[in-house]
Write a protein that binds this ligand. Structure first.
Ligand SMILES: *Cc1c(COP(=O)(O)O)cnc(C)c1O
Length: 439
């Protein structure tokens, strides 16, 4: 069968090559090498297909990136059309049509707000990375050279490149690198921010936050009104506000951007994951005109930062199609019903199950926290959340847990029937797990 492209013929060689040569993110490789990984070969709508032909709902939106489903003809066509023109050209010294159009569209979401300059990069981490570096450099060249520190929140996650990682509040990921990064003070909540000393404020360039909901912190929504209060505090103290909407952007929380829910305009807005609908890596950092102006002048004022694939034309074409689809498919208009249904079904599940202690939700982002029937947390080493997610595969659901919180974050294009399937699969997996336990 030379030349046969049917997946099965290759599965074993893919798995062997993975075992021998690949290194996966956030993965205990020692264990990984001993298991047969699921090999994903296809996708259509919210469904993914593995190398054995089994289908699963993409309950984690391919690590929070997918918006309108896989294999969407409009996004696929936009990428193919762009490919017929050119795939990639340097953004260093040249403009390109798709990047120009996209920048205009993105700024168009914030008319008359000053948020009118777009800096492109590749990932969520780099979107934050360049915001942090811009925030520092702006102070250095506008007469506030001592104002170069940051305030971030406990358990926050802003990515893994060094600057973004120095903001991170998840000890297990970031503590060992702490001394190599930018100086950051972590606060727990709004009250602690309001209590920051005048000396510290005098050293602070910017506050950084994931607006409305912290994702990696086991899907934890912030109190209503908090974002607006932070904006007010920043204005009072001349501190910039960096919003990391890498996860919350593009409809996730119910509006196009989470900051719009509290009528807040940031000084820096970091976008990535959903920007291309989950098709290609592309990121954008939107910046206030006033900050941009701080970089005008001689060579010493330029922002010496960039990546080879900055403003990749294929990525920008995908992003434009992604935005078109929000209009064509009325994505935001159809969302409230889906958000309600998901919330209702998950809460009903929690009522039936004495293992689901809490459902946390913000738009089409939800987490169900698992605990023992007596309400105590499971030992971390039991890895209950992870085990439940593995069991869910047998019921046609792919998702991930963060500690013992199972994340439900499907593409926004998910239908009511698919939401029902997802919740039923999750419940079946939890039941499978509990049947094996003796409480
Ligand atoms: C995923 C994520 C990032 C990092 O984005 P990458 O594309 O993985 O580099 C940053 N911030 C938040 C809030 C995220 O969810």
């Amino acid at each position: 069968m030379a030349g046969c492209l049917c997946p099965d013929a290759h599965v074993d060689t893919w798995i062997t090559a993975d075992r021998d040569h690949c290194w996966h993110p956030f993965t205990r490789q020692g264990e990984w090498e001993k298991t047969d990984p699921l090999v994903l070969v296809g996708g259509s709508g919210v469904w993914l297909t593995d190398s054995k032909g089994r289908k699963y709902i993409d309950g984690n939106a391919s690590i929070w990136t997918n918006i309108h489903g896989h294999g969407h003809p409009v996004i696929s066509q936009a990428i193919k059309d762009q490919l017929d023109q050119v795939a990639h050209t340097s953004y260093l010294g040249f403009a390109n049509p798709r990047a120009s159009e996209l920048a205009e569209r993105l700024c168009g979401f914030f008319p008359d707000s000053g948020l009118e300059r777009v800096f492109y990069s590749d990932d969520g981490s780099t979107a934050v990375e360049c915001a942090v570096k811009m925030a520092i450099q702006y102070r250095l060249q506008t007469g506030e050279p001592d104002r170069t520190e940051f305030i971030a929140f406990d358990q926050c996650y802003h990515g893994d490149t060094m600057g973004a990682a120095s903001l991170g509040g998840v000890g297990a990921f970031f503590e060992r690198f702490r001394k190599f990064g930018f100086p950051v003070q972590h606060v727990r909540d709004l009250d602690e921010l309001l209590a920051v000393s005048p000396e510290q404020i005098g050293r602070t360039a910017a506050v950084v936050i994931e607006p409305l909901v912290q994702g990696v912190n086991q899907i934890r929504p912030w109190p209503e009104g908090m974002l607006r209060a932070i904006r007010h505090w920043c204005d009072q103290h001349g501190v910039h506000l960096i919003l990391d909407e890498v996860m919350t952007g593009f409809g996730r929380t119910g509006s196009m951007f989470a900051c719009q829910r509290e009528e807040v305009v940031p000084d820096f807005l970091c976008l990535a994951k959903g920007l291309t609908g989950g098709y290609l890596p592309l990121a954008a950092t939107l910046v206030q005109a006033e900050i941009y102006q701080g970089f005008l002048g001689g060579a010493e004022k330029a922002f010496y930062y960039g990546h080879s694939y900055t403003a990749n034309q294929l990525g920008c074409a995908a992003a434009l199609a992604n935005l078109d689809l929000f209009e064509q498919e009325q994505t935001l208009e159809l969302l409230p019903e889906k958000v309600d249904l998901l919330g209702r079904l998950l809460n009903e599940l929690a009522e039936r199950s004495d293992l689901v202690i809490e459902i946390r939700q913000c738009g089409l982002v939800a987490g169900g926290e698992l605990r023992a029937p007596d309400g105590s947390a499971f030992p971390v080493t039991d890895r209950v959340g992870e085990t439940v997610c593995l069991l869910a595969r047998d019921h046609g659901l792919l998702t991930r847990a963060i500690l013992d919180t199972v994340v439900v974050l499907p593409p926004l294009s998910i239908t009511a029937d698919e939401i029902r399937h997802l919740c039923a699969a999750l419940e079946a997996a939890i039941n499978d797990w509990s049947h094996e336990q003796t409480f």
